[in-house]
Design a protein around this ligand. Structure first.
Ligand SMILES: Cc1cc2nc3c(=O)[nH]c(=O)nc-3n(C[C@H](O)[C@H](O)[C@H](O)COP(=O)(O)OP(=O)(O)OC[C@H]3O[C@@H](n4cnc5c(N)ncnc54)[C@H](O)[C@@H]3O)c2cc1C
Length: 355
């Protein structure tokens, strides 16, 4: 069974330290495959990802696009690749901490690391694998003047706890899947939901759009075509928003909170503060071990750099296999590592649950 702590339950403050062999930062395709390579060597992993789903760029940027250069798989979509990786790593029971960003890393041993997330979780790991890709996906801020004082008080770019919006007058802004999904999820518990989009066409899944339109027809929510141009409120608490309709007319909508979903952009994020050398926002690594300048701290996938690096999924898979060999040295220093094939090793097959 896949163990997972969902992104909406985070933010409850400091919790007990979670001890693990390896902490993987980033659950993109390379972070996921690292679980497999580590698992074959009896190394347990926890993964943290800012997104509320696994798969990194494949899941977030091109879930339906076909990929043609995964060895021996002539054609597979971004989502199908992530699903297949999740199936492949099932035997190793990784624990996922989604909707959380790793913020700090502290070297407290030889090597031993203490890692914290923005949801207050604390981990202790014998090794860390940074598989953070292009960095952290961060929400795009809508072009509304004076929005900053309201952010995280009554303007939210993510929903951590649905219950925080119970009984509230909500404005949800956007026309993609996030805007539509949250409209449908929050409508039953909010006092009133108004979805605002600049045109009467949506990029979201047609089924979600149909459900939203049905709710509007039955007067269970409102749809407003236009753009938010100004906010009203005090001390970070919104009381209303001015919406300019497609005909240019201005209207003021009363609200307690606004949730803009304008997509995500990628920023390096806190990686710069983790004590690793950076070169053009990438982490230089040894091509033998994929270790950084800090012993026990590895970097694989799009986040690393070395002579000849190609930002391809297949390169990241190779890097994960070599990384695991060196991580074994830190996690099981007393054990000799014997190279084995999955085709012929009964011991590996037992770990995979096939023997
Ligand atoms: C449109 C498009 C098409 C592509 N097509 C191909 C192709 O055909 N073939 C191919 O091989 N490659 C392709 N790529 C590239 C491929 O997607 C990347 O090489 C691959 O996703 C890299 O995987 P990764 O796991 O290293 O990083 P990512 O997929 O970027 O995942 C990194 C994860 O780390 C998380 N993260 C970052 N910082 C933190 C933090 N501080 N705390 C917690 N989590 C964090 C992010 O949220 C993200 O989910 C394509 C890319 C794009 C954009």
């Amino acid at each position: 069974m896949l163990q997972k702590t969902d992104g909406f339950s985070g933010g409850d403050g400091m919790s007990e330290t979670i001890k693990t062999d390896v902490l993987i930062i980033g659950a993109g395709p390379i972070g996921l495959f690292a679980v497999f390579e580590l698992g074959l060597l009896d190394i347990k992993a926890h993964l943290v990802d800012i997104l509320d789903k696994v798969g990194g760029q494949c899941a977030e940027l091109y879930p339906e696009k076909p990929i043609f250069d995964i060895p021996a798989i002539p054609r597979i979509s971004g989502k199908e690749l992530c699903d297949a990786l999740m199936e492949q790593i099932k035997p190793f029971k990784p624990t996922f901490h989604l909707g959380e960003m790793v913020t700090t890393i502290e070297n407290i041993g030889d090597p031993l690391f203490r890692i914290t997330t923005d949801a207050g979780k604390v981990f202790e790991a014998k090794a860390i694998v940074i598989a953070a890709g292009g960095g952290s996906f961060q929400p795009k801020r809508p072009p509304i003047q004076g929005i900053e004082p309201y952010e995280d008080k009554s303007v939210f770019y993510a929903v951590r706890k649905m219950d925080a919006f119970r009984g509230k007058n909500l404005l949800i802004v956007g026309g993609g899947d996030s805007a539509l999904d949250w409209t449908l999820n929050l409508q039953p518990l909010a006092k009133r939901v108004t979805l605002i989009h600049r045109r009467d066409e949506f990029r979201a899944a047609p089924d979600s759009v149909n459900k939203m339109r049905a709710l509007v027809s039955s007067d269970a929510m409102d749809l407003k075509i236009g753009q938010v141009t100004a906010l009203q409120g005090d001390n970070g608490q919104l009381t209303g928003a001015t919406v300019k309709g497609s005909d240019g007319a201005l209207a003021t909508l009363a609200c307690d909170a606004m949730l803009p979903f304008f997509g995500l952009t990628m920023k390096l994020g806190p990686v710069a503060d983790w004590g690793v050398t950076l070169e053009d926002e990438l982490i230089p690594v040894s091509t033998q071990t994929f270790e950084t300048n800090v012993p026990g701290l590895f970097a694989i996938g799009d986040i690393n750099t070395y002579p000849g690096k190609l930002k391809l999924i297949l390169s990241g898979f190779h890097e994960a296999a070599l990384m695991a060999q060196k991580a074994h040295h830190y996690v099981h220093p007393e054990k000799k590592l014997v190279f084995q094939y999955t085709t012929s090793s009964t011991s590996l097959q037992k770990k995979l649950g096939v023997a």
